[in-house]
Ligand binder design. Structure first.
Ligand code: HAM
Length: 418
């Protein structure tokens, strides 16, 4: 084969696509019950917006962006995530003039030049949600409760809700100082990236995936010990709402997230069955980002869930979503074939899935095909049926059969669908 898909990207085909469609339907059902409306930002954006928001010293910006210069010399990036585009869109379209909260969800491909492995791809799909304009931790708990309901709707079990607060710009300087203090005698053991991070952004050392750095940071001070009184209160109230909503959570004080824009609440939904890439969804607050992008002060919170990880969990739990035609029309001879084509077209016009046999195939092979497709009914039409004005039907699930006149066909199949 001359051409293959690029490394780290995938075709999504039947039957897997049916699992994807099931997830997409759950998104629409559950997210709309929480008042989230769909947003469709472009896949390409100015590179600057990702550098500015995700942060210059993050893995995504340092190593993973698909960036190019277009014919006019502009710096463009295939979006590695959806929050920065959503914020750009919120400001550019003056959505801050509408009453808060403004709640949006998006769905689509993201691109990161990562080392492909199980659960980690270079093109992957995210379902994201962002809520703008509310500081009240009630909305933080509503977001987590929406995620919980969404995963429950899909039948996913054994998920852990890990939460943390990483404070605000007031708590951050003291925490940074404490980290620098703690790391100062360990710099020589760090990977080259963390040596640089120590100078530029020591918080990012907590997110490094290199084994030596993970060891060296074991006893690092925890951000929750440095929360200012407002952040402490925000976090405690958030946790009390989670209890109220019966959402089991664990506080993970080491969770700082790999993107720089976060403030206060952060969270990850993890599942052991996913192996090392175990986060199925993740997010948090980014109360300063709208302002940083030139908009009015606007607190905000959101998350993104990884489609490939969700569908892989569904597949491994034996989920199969294979749709089947309602009717297969098997015909013998040319007059019957024409009659079958007309019936098929009428039923299809009513939204009923109909498959037909094609000329040159025996009745036996058409029946085999109907079986293979798991059609609910088979209609059989030959010369005898044309002459008698009655055709045969068979229900494949229980092998019952009968006869109906041609003009009863529509009622027989269409009435149950009306
Ligand atoms: P993130 O943690 O970078 O956050 O990604 C969110 C989720 O996307 C991950 O938990 C994972 O399920 C999936 N994911 C990330 N990278 C890959 C990959 N290479 N292959 C497959 N799946 C992947 C964000 O992107 C933030 N924008 C989330 C957010 C929204 N925070 C606030 N609002």
């Amino acid at each position: 084969m001359k051409y293959t898909a690029l490394k780290g990207v995938h075709d999504i085909l039947p039957p897997d696509i049916f699992i994807w469609q099931k997830v997409e339907k759950a998104v629409k059902d559950i997210f709309s019950a929480y008042g989230f409306q769909e947003l469709r930002p472009p896949i390409i954006e100015a590179t600057e917006i990702f550098i500015r928001s995700i942060g210059e010293t993050t893995d995504i910006v340092e190593k993973e962006m698909y960036t190019f210069t277009d014919k006019a010399g502009r710096h463009i990036t295939l979006r590695p995530e959806g929050t920065a585009p959503a914020v750009r869109c919120y400001i550019e379209n003056h959505l801050y003039t509408l009453p808060p909260p403004q709640k949006f969800f998006y769905y689509g491909p993201m691109f990161r030049y990562e080392r492909p492995q199980a659960g980690r791809f270079r093109q992957f799909f995210q379902i994201g949600a962002e809520a703008f304009g509310v500081e009240d931790p009630k909305i933080d708990s509503e977001i987590i409760s929406m995620l919980k309901l969404f995963f429950e709707r899909l039948g996913l079990k054994n998920l852990n809700f890990e939460v943390n607060s990483i404070g605000c710009e007031k708590c951050r300087p003291d925490y940074k100082k404490a980290l620098l203090n703690f790391f100062s005698d360990k710099i020589n053991g760090f990977c080259p990236d963390c040596k640089r991070r120590f100078e530029q952004n020591p918080l990012r050392i907590l997110d490094c995936k290199v084994d030596e750095c993970i060891q060296l940071r074991q006893r690092a001070p925890r951000v929750t010990e440095f929360l200012c009184s407002n952040c402490r209160k925000h976090f405690d109230t958030f946790l009390s709402f989670l209890k109220l909503l019966n959402i089991p959570y664990v506080i993970n004080p080491n969770m700082v997230r790999g993107l720089d824009y976060y403030t206060r609440t952060t969270f990850e939904v993890t599942c052991e069955h996913l192996g090392s890439q175990n986060a199925v969804a993740a997010g948090g607050r980014y109360d300063k980002l709208v302002e940083d992008f030139g908009g009015p002060p606007t607190p905000a919170i959101g998350f993104a869930a990884g489609m490939e990880r969700i569908t892989s969990l569904l597949k491994s739990s034996g989920n199969r979503e294979i749709p089947a035609p309602a009717v297969f029309i098997a015909t013998i001879g040319s007059p019957a074939e024409k009659e079958g084509l007309v019936i098929a077209s009428t039923l299809r016009g009513k939204g009923i899935w109909v498959e037909v046999g094609y000329s040159g195939h025996s009745l036996k092979s058409q029946m085999r095909k109907a079986d293979r497709l798991s059609a609910e009914y088979v209609l059989i039409i030959g010369d005898d049926e044309i002459n008698s004005g009655k055709l045969k039907w068979k229900r494949l699930s229980d092998r019952t059969q009968g006869e109906i006149s041609f003009n009863e066909v529509y009622n027989f199949f269409i009435a149950p669908y009306l």
